[in-house]
Design a protein around this ligand. Structure first.
Ligand code: NCD
Length: 340
């Protein structure tokens, strides 16, 4: 077929100067050490990388407060592929991308309307979506699914929760919130309460805390204790750690009370869920015994673990934690796309 000689629509050199080269990733530009990275586990982060991301997140907050958004990721496309329900993680990734000038393919509520429902494999779905996008955020019910996706994809994949496995971006925003609210991480007494067995957020947060000098208190029913593998990692690090069934044992000394939802969807026997679902309820009366300078965190959604009467207590930091999620995800998107 003969093609007619077309007048160019774009001055590509000018555009490259203005917005940077598409392909910073492919070109292996490694300015921040995170460019082109898949973010699959918190194990990829050391104190240096945490410091870098937290610094960028603070800049993002400043920028949003002053001018709402910028063009840093103009032209870049994020696909949000969620096989499990989500409010905060999906919405904050979408907001993060849009505030940086990029756009989003949201497959968040509609996986049942996509070809997954026709039996397509995760790898094929990922290989398709990467043709349209520059980065993929994936939430999936199976442990290890993010790694499978990352192996199939040539673009960065960010794990937004792989079943009861990990939720690295949540742990980054949790730790950032602790740093911002308490002014430090080293030296703190951190108590985690609730479903420590299936809760992926506490798995990731505990692993991140191994980089710091903290005391850990794990409060859960017997059947929802922190997995042995993670307990062993904590002990190998030599951290001061104790397990208990009773929140009363930790409330007076905790600097951070990290409360979690019992993960109903991971129970094969719902009678067992019913037995433990209301074990811990944080109330204003309980908080009367807590320090004046401490914070209550929760990854949300809550389904009764924190009484709404606690919300007006200045120590209730869970909605400030939600906002930090957007800044952390802005920092991560900019970093993996080679723009920070
Ligand atoms: C958490 C999750 O999905 O693991 N939610 C979130 O991402 N903020 C916690 C939960 O669902 O209980």
């Amino acid at each position: 077929m003969e093609t007619t000689k077309l007048q160019p629509l774009f001055n590509l050199q000018e555009l490259e100067t203005k917005f940077g080269r598409n392909g910073d990733v492919a070109n292996g530009h490694k300015a921040n050490g995170l460019t082109g990275w898949d973010i699959l586990s918190v194990e990829q982060f050391d104190r240096d990388k945490l410091g870098y991301i937290f610094g960028r997140a603070e800049e993002m907050r400043e920028m949003v407060n002053r001018v709402h958004g910028v063009d840093l990721l103009k032209g870049r496309v994020l696909t949000c592929l969620f096989y499990e329900p989500s409010t905060r993680t999906s919405a904050s990734f979408i907001a993060a991308m849009e505030r940086l000038g990029g756009s989003v393919i949201p497959i968040t509520q509609g996986v049942q309307f996509s070809s997954v429902s026709k039996g397509e494999t995760l790898a094929d779905t990922i290989r398709t979506l990467e043709q349209y996008s520059d980065v993929i955020v994936l939430r999936h019910p199976e442990i290890g699914s993010a790694r499978v996706a990352a192996e199939a994809a040539g673009i960065p994949v960010i794990n937004a929760g792989d079943g009861p496995g990990e939720h690295p971006t949540q742990a980054l925003l949790d730790l950032f919130t602790i740093q911002e609210e308490m002014g430090r991480i080293d030296g703190l007494k951190i108590a985690m309460v609730g479903d420590l067995r299936f809760g992926r957020t506490v798995h990731s947060l505990t692993k991140l805390l191994l980089h710091f000098d903290v005391s850990l208190r794990f409060v859960s029913p017997e059947i929802l204790r922190m997995p042995l593998k993670i307990m062993n990692e904590v002990r190998d690090k030599g951290l001061n750690v104790r397990e208990t069934h009773d929140v009363a044992d930790v409330i007076e000394n905790a600097d951070v009370l990290y409360v979690t939802r019992v993960q109903k969807e991971r129970f094969s026997d719902l009678a067992q869920y019913d037995e433990v679902k209301d074990n811990y309820i944080i109330t204003p009366e309980l908080l009367e015994r807590a320090k004046q300078k401490m914070i209550v965190l929760h990854p949300l959604p809550r389904v009764g673990e924190i009484s709404p009467a606690v919300d007006s207590d200045p120590r209730a930091a869970y909605f400030r934690q939600v906002q930090n999620g957007m800044y952390i995800r802005m920092a991560l998107l900019a970093a993996v796309l080679g723009k920070a």
